[in-house]
Each structure stands twice: as structure tokens, then as C-alpha cells.
Write a protein that binds this ligand. Structure first.
Ligand SMILES: [Zn+2]
Length: 168
């Protein structure tokens, strides 16, 4: 997978994102293409643009990734790509690994994206008690996650399937 470098509006490098995400940012008028791959284009039903190698955000974003991105439910869903930590299906809720009723807190390392069904099934138990092992450990958000959050990119899981990479 080729990655695209994302620059802030001030030209500082922020992060890298996948080509598809980069194209979505451009199509949403959130970024402009600074540099494209010379022989590659992204093609879709209504789109035909050079595959971006470097994009630059149209508006400056303050990205709190140096230390700690503030925790949020939306942030957990973005970090986990809207995939349930217990079954891998689409997640719409946030589960506390150690339940709040047992002292678990709203932190990046204690929360995971979860489908409503698994969240309900796990209830007020730890994964061990519930016999529901985590498919992956929760982690602090990456710079790319923090940047997408700062951009207000709630719709990021819905990447268009119709984009194909073609040699020009
Ligand atoms: Zn699930």
C-alpha cells in the first residue's frame, strides 16, 4: 500500500495516510495535491485525478499528537477503524475493557470499539470474566488518527470502494 504524506496548511509534515484517504481529503476539499505520482491516477465513476504523493491541508489543524490526544468515544472508533475488538465486525459503541462499575476509566488504554451486541454481552465484566478475548490491545492513537480526528473526519471509515489505482 502506498502512503501519502500529509502537510499541514503551514507546510509542516503531519503524518501519512493511505492513498484512498488522501484522495478522500482532496475530494472533500480538505486538502490540495502538492505532488502527484507521475504515472499513477486514481480513477472512479466520477473521478480521475493524479495519485497524490503529497497533499496539504487547506486549513491549519492543531494536532495534539505530541503528548496525549484527548480521549473521546469518537476517537476510539476512529482509532479502531470502527471494527469491534471482540469479533471484528462493524462497531458503533465503545466498550470499557475494565468496566466503569469496577473502576475502569475513560482512557485510550481502557477502551475499545465494540459492536452493540458484544458490548451488551460483555456487560459489567472484564474480557477474562466474560470469556471474550480482545483481538488486539488498545493503544494510544497514532499521529494519523489524531490528525483525522482534528480534521473532524468522522466519516473516515466509509472509504469509497470505487477508487482504483491505474497507470496513466
Ligand atoms: Zn463484536
Amino acid at each position: 500500500m502506498r502512503d501519502t504524506l500529509v502537510l499541514n496548511a503551514s507546510f509542516e509534515p503531519l503524518s501519512t495516510v493511505t492513498l484512498n484517504r488522501a484522495v478522500v481529503l482532496v475530494l472533500q476539499d480538505k486538502a490540495v495535491v502538492e505532488q502527484a505520482h507521475p504515472e499513477l491516477r486514481m480513477r472512479g465513476a466520477a473521478v480521475d485525478i493524479p495519485a497524490p504523493r503529497v497533499i496539504r491541508l487547506c486549513h491549519y489543524v492543531r494536532v495534539p499528537f505530541r503528548r496525549q490526544a484527548p480521549w473521546s468515544r469518537r476517537g476510539v472508533l476512529v482509532r479502531d477503524r470502527h471494527r469491534c475488538a471482540y469479533c471484528g465486525r462493524r462497531a458503533t459503541t465503545v466498550d470499557h475493557v475494565v468496566p466503569r462499575s469496577r473502576g475502569g476509566q475513560d482512557t485510550w488504554l481502557n477502551t475499545v470499539a465494540s459492536c452493540a451486541e458484544d458490548n451488551h454481552r460483555k456487560a459489567n465484566r472484564t474480557p477474562e470474566q466474560a470469556g471474550m478475548p480482545l483481538l488486539r490491545r488498545p493503544f494510544e492513537p497514532t499521529p494519523a488518527d489524531a490528525m483525522l480526528l482534528a480534521l473532524g473526519a468522522a466519516e473516515f471509515e466509509a472509504l469509497p470502494e470505487w477508487l482504483a489505482l491505474d497507470a496513466a
